[in-house]
Design a protein around this ligand. Structure first.
Ligand code: FE2
Length: 326
């Protein structure tokens, strides 16, 4: 099941659930015209994929209609080894019906739970594919694990842009800032755009806690420090999460919160939590977690910028599974 929500550009929810008969036209609504004169704020749409509990985002500048797509999902049937584009096509439909111009396709990190649809979306919509510079380290670790051979370049060249910590970028008149927030993986980045921050796999909803830190190259202490950087943002900063899994007692999926809510109530890292306590909790909890179902195909494809491994001499691409190696 897929859900599409559109968040208002300032501070109120204007559209709780998208009405497909009334597509939002970029820079055409009274709300957007009024607000875009006052300040530069992004319009944000979240697309929830219930199969992988992932939220993809389209962030756009209501003045210029330029947009970024963050953390897209390529549907993958692991049993059949077959990809499909239902999730990605919902984003294509949203972009085209709102007359947006894609300038960035951003990955917060090399995901281990879903395959990126960025190359598919880039072919249809354009834009530059970007990820954090430390992807090079992730490519090195997993290049070895998958015995990818010398044809697999471990220099980030599969991406159009490698962001450094603190680097600025533009979406129309909006300014984005890339923040290096390692811990879940060495390459995790968060992206601050206007009053919003897309935090990738760092924080989850306050009632669920934080991302795991036990993948190769992960580090709970680094994760705590990265989350500390995010929680220094202004209290009212809207945080948009990469995943939601609900939480005991919660019936709805939610993926937007604030710095204030996290500092007051995150069950793993609220104000007053010590680094050592966090590391002990995170380390013991991670020992109880199974590997994500799609980790092998996801990582293998995502370290290649979302492209399948080169076809073999019969024209077919293969996904490898290292046995007893992880
Ligand atoms: Fe992740």
């Amino acid at each position: 099941m897929q859900y599409i929500y559109i968040f208002n550009v300032i501070d109120n929810w204007r559209f709780a659930v998208r009405d497909p008969d009334k597509p939002l036209q970029c820079a055409a609504t009274q709300i957007e015209r009024a607000q875009s004169d006052k300040s530069l704020k992004p319009t944000i749409a979240g697309f929830f994929d219930e199969t992988t509990n992932t939220i993809s985002y389209v962030v756009h500048d209501p003045k210029s209609c330029e947009a970024a797509i963050i953390d897209s999902v390529l549907d993958y049937d692991a049993a059949a080894g077959r990809t499909s584009h239902g999730s990605a096509d919902r984003i294509v439909e949203y972009i085209t019906s709102n007359n947006l111009k894609v300038v960035w396709l951003i990955e917060t990190h090399a995901h281990a739970d879903h395959i990126s649809a960025a190359p598919y979306l880039q072919e249809k919509l354009g834009g530059r594919l970007a990820i954090g510079r430390e992807i090079i380290r992730v490519q090195d670790v997993f290049g070895k694990l998958f015995n990818a051979g010398t044809d697999f370049k471990r220099d980030g060249s599969q991406f159009d842009k490698l962001f450094d910590d603190g680097e600025a970028f533009a979406i129309g008149e909006l300014e984005g800032i890339a923040l290096h927030v390692p811990g879940h993986t060495p390459a995790d980045m968060a992206f601050i755009i206007g009053d919003a921050a897309f935090v990738g796999d760092t924080l989850f909803m306050p009632d669920f806690g934080t991302a795991r830190a036990d993948f190769p190259g992960g580090d709970a202490r680094q994760l705590f420090q990265s989350i500390g950087r995010l929680l220094k943002l202004p209290d009212e900063t809207r945080l948009f999460l990469c995943h939601d899994y609900k939480a005991p007692g919660r019936e709805e999926y939610v993926w937007e919160t604030t710095v204030k809510q996290q500092r007051e109530g995150n069950v793993h890292v609220k104000d007053g939590t010590s680094e050592d306590d966090f590391v002990a909790m995170r380390t013991s909890r991670d020992k109880t977690l199974a590997m994500p179902t799609l980790i092998m195909p996801s990582v293998q494809v995502n370290i290649r910028g979302g492209r399948l491994p080169e076809p073999e001499d019969n024209g077919v691409s293969y996904i490898k599974i290292p046995v007893n190696a992880v």
